[in-house]
Design a protein around this ligand. Structure first.
Ligand SMILES: NC(=O)c1ccc[n+]([C@@H]2O[C@H](COP(=O)([O-])OP(=O)(O)OC[C@H]3O[C@@H](n4cnc5c(N)ncnc54)[C@H](O)[C@@H]3O)[C@@H](O)[C@H]2O)c1
Length: 440
């Protein structure tokens, strides 16, 4: 394919040279003449293992050239890949100024450049941009003004996941290939463009493709911070945090795993809150700060509070909780956030009824029973024997169970609002109207 790459920094240079190495005909565009001159003379403007050879060979083979002239670059091009910087503004917003300028230049150049042989040109953002950029900033440039004759334009988001220092290696073996677009021609073109990677393409909507990069980078930052906080709190106790974290990373069932990585409701139970408090206490004793571990508790409380506020804001008075313990298949009620929600709603005078297939107050003993008595002494009165009984007259239903009997009863009950806390009930419940995920 004929590809124009805008921005010849780390992402743009690796992308341009990588695509050229796989047989595409690439024109790199940059406003920086030094970078353009370097590529034109077969040298890389960025330092990355393997990039010099890639650029030199691609330029020598005539498959990679560089220019400051947008018209030249998009003449007959099938795809434009936008790889310019998206720095932070002083307020922390993403400055889209470079993207906007490229879009303006691109749209202007279409009036004078030759359209691609197929007649279809894909404008693809590879820079990291906030969700909504494609819909509000990119697409309107090509839909709101008269289309240049001979050009049909589709827009897409295709995030880049390379790491500096091993950018070339990552470019050829990305963790995933993600294409976000509503345009089928653009979707097909990009699938073909990246076919050499031999990876299945994730076709998602534009917002998801935009958001994914932020989720990845936030998680990387959280992981570094977590390991550092563990080191900070453990080493003064004579513990080698490297050894702890090395063994920690061997757990691919819970630690380095999809477990606990689904958006949903608050954590709880007899261990997580207690042990987070213990870690904070250990840190306090040695005057060490571990704000991220501490803020997990704060964030968890916000999850509970937001749900309670959301129910109260509906003005509806009859609430049913399907599921009471902190997770499925246990009767352990200690520090269950669902119980906390029930208690707060009762405290606000709402009529709450609960069905949990496992929690039966007559069978609870020991710490569980004590917790139930202290947190929700009158829970016996709230607990229903069947889901139908709990749902009878319910206006708002909070679902955290995957109990099939609960689902059948829920589908029949047709309440005014369903808020799904864990998304475990499958597609059927999402057909209920109105259905809301707690955070999706
Ligand atoms: N660096 C990384 O490891 C990495 C990885 C994945 C994604 N990203 C994202 O990719 C984007 C680019 O990052 P980078 O590190 O390559 O940036 P960079 O600063 O190294 O390069 C950006 C290039 O864009 C050029 N440019 C600016 N305005 C232009 C215009 N109007 N026309 C043509 N060129 C223009 C600049 O001169 C510069 O050479 C950012 O959004 C970044 O968040 C970066």
């Amino acid at each position: 394919m004929k590809v124009a790459v805008f921005g010849l920094g780390y992402v743009g240079t690796v992308t341009a040279a990588g695509l050229a190495a796989r047989g595409h005909e690439v024109a790199g565009v940059d406003v920086d003449t030094l970078k353009v001159d370097m590529i034109s003379s077969g040298r890389s403007p960025v330092v990355e293992p393997g990039i010099d050879t890639l650029v030199r060979e691609a330029v020598a083979a005539g498959r990679l050239q560089a220019t400051t002239d947008v018209r030249l670059a998009i003449d007959g091009a099938d795809v434009s890949l936008i790889c310019v910087g998206t720095p932070s503004s002083p307020r922390g917003d993403t400055d889209l100024g470079f993207i906007e300028r490229v879009l303006r230049d691109l749209r202007g150049a279409m009036d004078v450049a030759a359209p691609p042989a197929s007649g279809h040109h894909c404008v693809v953002v590879r820079s990291t941009v906030p969700p909504g950029t494609g819909a509000k900033v990119v697409a309107p440039v090509f839909t709101e003004h008269p289309r240049p004759s001979g050009w049909s334009v589709g827009t897409a988001m295709c995030p880049e996941f390379l790491r500096e220092g091993c950018g070339v290696e990552d470019f050829f073996a990305p963790p995933f290939v993600v294409v976000g677009t509503a345009d089928t021609r653009t979707r097909d073109t990009l699938t073909e463009l990246f076919a050499f990677l031999g990876q299945e393409v994730h076709h998602v909507d534009v917002g998801s493709a935009e958001a994914l990069k932020y989720a990845c980078n936030a998680f990387h930052a959280v992981k570094v911070t977590f390991a550092n906080e563990m080191g900070r709190v453990l080493s003064p106790y004579g513990v080698d945090a490297r050894e702890v974290m090395e063994i920690f990373c061997e757990d691919h069932k819970l630690n380095i795993a999809p477990a606990y990585l689904r958006p949903g409701f608050a954590f709880g139970g007899s261990c997580l809150p207690k042990d987070l408090r213990a870690l904070q206490s250990m840190a306090r004793h040695i005057d060490v700060e571990i704000p991220m571990v501490g803020s997990a508790m704060v964030s968890n409380e916000i999850a509970v509070r937001s749900l309670v506020d959301r129910v109260l804001a509906t003005g509806l008075r009859r609430v049913c909780l399907l599921g009471l313990s902190f997770k499925m298949d246990t009767d352990d009620l200690r520090e269950s956030p669902n119980l906390e929600v029930a208690e707060r709603l009762v405290g606000k005078g709402l009529d709450v009824r609960i069905f949990d297939p496992i929690v039966n107050p007559d069978l609870l003993i020991g710490a569980n029973l004590r917790h139930l008595q202290s947190k929700l002494a009158h829970v016996n009165r709230l607990l229903a024997a069947t889901p139908e009984e709990a749902l009878d007259g319910a206006e708002v239903v909070l679902v955290s169970s995957s109990d099939p009997a609960g689902l059948t009863a829920l589908l029949a009950a047709a309440p005014r609002l369903v808020i799904d806390l864990h998304g475990r009930l499958g597609a059927d419940v999402e057909r209920l109207q109105p259905y809301e995920g707690v955070s999706w």
